[in-house]
Design a protein around this ligand. Structure first.
Ligand code: NAP
Length: 246
């Protein structure tokens, strides 16, 4: 479904991002696999995936909380002088605390990664996509940005901002044939662990129509669909994948 396309994927080393890299590779896409820091095991993992699926995967390292590092990482990607067809802004950081217990410093740190870095990467890729006259941007949002559960001020509001940004930017970029969409997962089986206790987790799970948490691969399938030509008329959309959470 993505044959010959080139994709930038952040948070590629684990969780949902790792699953997206594999599904993209399986569907014929080449990938700049972005991770925070170098590791032998990540390099090996990416090389094995590339060989298995007959595409290229290039690891790129930068920390989303450092805007100079983000600019450097994107420069490295663009220096390959290849079209960037797809951007998956997946990396994100969780934080759970009551409003009164959330310091401004924490709020800034979460926003740095979940909002500012996302905008910076979108801007850099969008300028390139505008020159290419086309592209697709997918932002990993969250139902935490739609529901207003207590105890998640920093995370919830950062994801709400990302949802707003996704919808608004889609209106600015549509004329350049750039589609901008979001995925809003519910509870997915990764290390993210936003829920503090097994009891809290169980309470949330019971609210799901499908009576189970989601798998990273299920989110990755949606990311393949949105980036593919099959979703050519979809933009400004936030696809909720939450197992029917009430
Ligand atoms: P995860 O397993 O915790 O992975 C998070 C990824 O983001 C890791 O690759 C991590 O890199 C990267 N990352 C975090 N801070 C970074 C930074 N400063 N610089 C560079 N990379 C950074 O979480 P996940 O569940 O796969 O989450 C992926 C996305 O889905 C996030 O945006 C998250 O908010 C969203 N989401 C997840 C769920 C869920 O239930 N899991 C639900 C809704 C939305 P390191 O390995 O270096 O830390």
């Amino acid at each position: 479904m993505l044959n010959g396309k080139n994709a930038v994927i952040t948070g590629a080393n684990r969780g949902i991002g790792r699953a997206i890299v594999e599904k993209y590779a399986e569907n014929g896409a080449n990938v700049w696999a972005c991770a925070r820091s170098f590791s032998e095991s990540f390099e090996k993992d990416m090389a094995q995936l590339a060989e298995k699926y007959g595409i290229w995967i290039k690891p790129v390292y930068f920390d989303l909380s450092d805007s100079n590092a983000v600019a450097g990482g994107m420069k490295e990607i663009f220096s390959d002088k290849l079209p960037v067809d797809i951007l998956v802004n997946n990396a994100g950081v969780a934080h759970g605390a009551l409003f009164t217990m959330t310091s401004l410093e924490t709020l800034r740190q979460v926003y740095e990664v979940n909002v500012f870095a996302q905008v910076q990467i979108m801007q850099l890729c969008a300028r390139k996509m505008m020159r290419q006259n086309g592209g697709c941007i997918i932002n990993m949002c969250s139902i935490g940005g739609i529901n207003t559960d207590p105890g998640y001020l920093a995370y919830g509001s950062s994801k709400a901002a990302l949802i707003w940004i996704t919808k608004s930017v889609s209106k600015e970029l549509g004329r350049y044939n750039i589609r901008v969409n979001g995925i809003a997962p519910g509870l997915i089986d990764t290390d993210m662990g936003i829920y503090k206790s097994p009891e809290e987790l169980e309470k949330v799970r019971k609210k799901m129509s499908l009576d189970r948490t989601g798998k990273p691969e299920e989110v990755a399938e949606a990311a393949v669909y949105i980036a593919s030509d099959k979703a050519s008329y979809m933009t400004g959309h936030i696809l909720v994948l939450d197992g029917g959470r009430q």
